[in-house]
Design a protein around this ligand. Structure first.
Ligand SMILES: C[S@@+](CC[C@H](N)C(=O)[O-])C[C@H]1O[C@@H](n2cnc3c(N)ncnc32)[C@H](O)[C@@H]1O
Length: 305
C-alpha cells in the first residue's frame, strides 16, 4: 500500500513514527483544543476524571469539561493551579506530536494548526520547541453565538440588589468571534529559492480570486450542513480548508498534505478536490469511516495534474 491518499487509524504520535522523514509538503490540522466536548477529548483518563467531576454538579455546564474555563464555578487560586497543570500537560502533548510532524515534513514545509484564542500560545510554544519557527497567526473569523458567561446586571438583580441597573453591559467574557491558526514553518534549506528548487515548497499562494493579496484574516467562509456535522462535532467548513490548501500546498499531486487529527476529513476532502495528495490520521475508527465516505463522494477535479 502506498503511503499517500490513505487514512490511518490510531494515535498520530505513534503512527507518524513509521513515516519517512522530509516527506510532506505541508501539514494542516485541527487538534483537540483542550476544552472540547466530553467524549472527544485528547486523553481518555482525563475524560473519565472530568466526567466524574461534573456529574452531580449544579453549577457546571454539563457538556464542557471542568477546568476548561468555559464552565461556571469558582475561579480562585486553587482552580487556577489545576488549570495551569492541565494546560502544561496539553502543551507537552502538543510537543509529542509536533516533534513527529517536524521529522516528516520537508524543509520549508508550512504547518498550520487550528487552536482557540486561549490555548494557541501553548501550541505555538510546543511547535517551536519541536524545531519549527513561527511565521504568522491567521485569524479564522467565524460567526459566534451569545456568550455563556456571567451577566452582571442579571446576577445582581437575582440577588435583589437595588443598583443592578448601573451594571448594564458588564459581562465576564467577550463574544468569541475568531479561532487562531498558528502558522509555523520547518527551517528552509538556505533560503526560499534554494528550498523551492530542491523541495518545491516554502512559499504561500497569495493571489485571491478578486486579484487582491491574501491577508492573514480568513473570513466569509461558507458553512456546511453535511452529514459530517451530525457525526463530528467540530468539523471545519470545507471552503475554509480549501482556502488553506490553496494557500499552503503547491498545485500538484506530487505534494502531499498531512492531517494527523483528521476528524471528519475536511482537510483531506479539500486536498482531493483541489488535486493534491493527502494522508490523514484519526484515532476514532468511526470517524475514519466517515472520512472514507466523504472522500469517495469527491470528484477529483485535477486528475491530470
Ligand atoms: C478538532 S477534531 C478535527 C476536526 C476536523 N478538522 C474536521 O473538520 O472534521 C480533532 C480530531 O482529532 C482526533 N484525535 C484526538 N487525539 C488524537 C490522536 N492522538 N491521534 C489522532 N487523532 C486524534 C479526535 O478524535 C478528533 O476527531
Amino acid at each position: 500500500m502506498s503511503l499517500h491518499n490513505n487514512i490511518y487509524i490510531g494515535d498520530c504520535r505513534i503512527i507518524l513514527k513509521d513515516f519517512p522523514e522530509d516527506f510532506f509538503s505541508a501539514c494542516i490540522t485541527d487538534p483537540p483544543y483542550n476544552y472540547e466536548f466530553i467524549g472527544h477529548k485528547w486523553d481518555t483518563d482525563e475524560i473519565k476524571r472530568r466526567t466524574e467531576r461534573v456529574k452531580n454538579s449544579s453549577t457546571l455546564v454539563k457538556n464542557i469539561p471542568y477546568g476548561s474555563g468555559l464552565a461556571g464555578g469558582v475561579r480562585n487560586a486553587r482552580w487556577y493551579a489545576k488549570v495551569r497543570k492541565n494546560i502544561l500537560e496539553y502543551e507537552q502533548w502538543c510537543f509529542d506530536w509536533a516533534i513527529q510532524v517536524f521529522r516528516v515534513c520537508k524543509p520549508g514545509a508550512p504547518v498550520a494548526v487550528f487552536n482557540s484564542t486561549r490555548t494557541m500560545a501553548h501550541v505555538q510554544v510546543a511547535l517551536e520547541r519541536a524545531g519549527f519557527y513561527t511565521r504568522d497567526c491567521l485569524v479564522y473569523r467565524r460567526s459566534s453565538g451569545i456568550p455563556k458567561g456571567l451577566n452582571l446586571k442579571n446576577a445582581l438583580k437575582q440577588r435583589s440588589l437595588s443598583y443592578y441597573q448601573e451594571w448594564e453591559g458588564w459581562h465576564s467574557c467577550l463574544r468569541n468571534e475568531w479561532e487562531a491558526v498558528v502558522l509555523v514553518q520547518k527551517p528552509l534549506m538556505n533560503n526560499y529559492l534554494d528550498t523551492f528548487l530542491e523541495y518545491g515548497v516554502g512559499l504561500f499562494y497569495t493571489k485571491n480570486e478578486d486579484g487582491s493579496f491574501q491577508s492573514n484574516i480568513i473570513e466569509n467562509t461558507r458553512r456546511d450542513y453535511g452529514e459530517q456535522h451530525q457525526v463530528h462535532c467540530t468539523a471545519k467548513p470545507l471552503s475554509l480548508m480549501e482556502k488553506l490548501v490553496t494557500m499552503l500546498v503547491p498545485p500538484s499531486k506530487d505534494h502531499i498534505v498531512l492531517d494527523p487529527f483528521a476528524g471528519s476529513g475536511s482537510t483531506l476532502v479539500a486536498a482531493k478536490k483541489l488535486g493534491r495528495s493527502y494522508v490523514g490520521i484519526e484515532i476514532v475508527p468511526e470517524y475514519a469511516k466517515l472520512i472514507e465516505d466523504r472522500l469517495n463522494k469527491v470528484e477529483d477535479s485535477n486528475n491530470h495534474m
